[in-house]
Design a binder for this molecule. Structure first.
Ligand SMILES: NC(=O)c1ccc[n+]([C@@H]2O[C@H](COP(=O)([O-])OP(=O)(O)OC[C@H]3O[C@@H](n4cnc5c(N)ncnc54)[C@H](O)[C@@H]3O)[C@@H](O)[C@H]2O)c1
Length: 333
């Protein structure tokens, strides 16, 4: 049954946001999609969605750093999914102010708008990076927060504001904390698209940072399902709470690259480049997710294995039209 009021998404033109927009439309919603204002009038990945999907999407150019822009976006909506953020860790070493403005002040603007306009549900997006290197595994929501990069610190700042707006003003916010997510449309700043994209472009010498860290990788459809789960669950099951989403399986970057080489039938020469290695104290060495709270509250469970997700991602990057949207030959910060 079609929803009566639209839902709003920030970061809608990005990797996860564009998949979420598609899923919300498939679930019968009209979507108000914030795309960051830019001089190219680019709608990012929303430009790759079908006309049928886009007929249910109202694109709103704006900026989460601007309070009025956010108010206009969320007015009259039944739920807000706040994904807009600066996300690259290396770029957060170079431009930390912009991370605070976008990820902290931007989140504050969303919370204020949701509070004053009485929007019934806000899904705020956190990240597993806020935990830092695992002190205990798997990582549950009770694990200490240890922010090892300006990116992680800015995301944790947004999370704390979300918690405080629930405690102080009863804002109906639920925080989703996804572990690493991958799939079609992800930018080449992330390791999986970097490797698959370079191999698809014919490269066999693959340059990366540290190969030892482990990560818990979720296919994007599973992360999107987690967003929908917390966005639609009864309020008493989720509001005011934080939920991890992840598979519970970890793999080192080195083993991941070997697996991709096998899946793509490519003999890879993997080299570690000093420019890509993070400062020792900033590299998060181990992340593996305990998602039992999310499973218990909503019934969510991942539906893809790493191998099936990688196969979809390889298909995407092997399409020359998709690959042409990337700069596979450079270090994408
Ligand atoms: N990709 C992952 O592995 C992962 C894991 C955990 C959490 N997350 C979180 O998920 C969310 C989406 O990440 P993604 O991987 O899709 O990254 P992405 O960079 O593709 O998407 C982020 C989007 O936010 C937009 N944005 C940036 N600054 C903005 C501003 N000032 N105003 C409005 N929009 C702005 C960008 O244009 C971009 O489209 C982020 O909040 C990120 O922290 C991602």
């Amino acid at each position: 049954m079609p929803a009566t009021a639209p839902v709003a998404v920030t970061g809608a033109e990005g990797f996860i946001g564009s998949h979420l927009v598609e899923a919300l439309v498939a679930a019968g919603h009209q979507v108000r999609a914030m795309v960051q204002y830019n001089s190219f009038s680019s709608y990012g990945w929303l430009e790759s969605l079908s006309e049928e999907v886009m007929s249910h999407v109202d694109v709103v150019l704006g900026d989460v750093r601007d309070p009025g822009s956010v108010q206009g976006l969320v007015t009259g909506t039944e739920a807000v999914y706040h994904l807009a953020a600066l996300i690259a860790i290396p770029y957060s070493y170079r431009a930390p102010h912009s991370y605070v403005e976008t990820n902290v002040t931007g989140t504050l603007n969303v919370l204020e708008a949701v509070r004053h306009l009485g929007i019934p549900r806000l899904v705020h997006t956190s990240t597993s990076e806020t935990y830092g290197t695992a002190q205990t595994v798997p990582i549950s929501e009770d694990h200490p927060i240890n922010t090892q990069s300006p990116y992680a610190a800015s995301k944790a700042g947004g999370d704390r504001l979300a918690d405080s707006y629930h405690a102080s003003f009863g804002v109906p916010v639920v925080t989703l904390r996804p572990f690493n997510t991958f799939g079609p449309r992800q930018s080449m700043r992330a390791v999986i698209p970097t490797v698959i994209g370079q191999v698809a472009a014919g490269e066999r010498v693959i340059t990366l940072g540290d190969l030892r860290p482990t990560r818990d990788f979720s296919y994007v459809a599973d992360t999107v399902a987690a967003f929908l789960a917390v966005g639609t669950a009864p309020a008493d099951a989720v509001v005011g709470r934080t939920f991890n989403s992840g598979t519970g399986e970890e793999i080192s970057i080195g083993d991941l690259v070997s697996l991709i080489g096998k899946l793509m039938d490519a003999d890879l020469d993997v080299r570690s480049d000093q420019e890509r290695v993070r400062p020792a104290g900033s590299e998060v060495m181990r992340l593996v997710c305990d998602s039992s709270r999310l499973r218990a509250a909503t019934g969510w469970a991942p539906a893809h294995t790493l191998e099936t997700g990688l196969a979809h991602t390889v298909d995407f990057f092997r399409d020359p039209n998709n690959l042409a949207r990337y700069k596979a030959g450079i270090y994408n910060v």
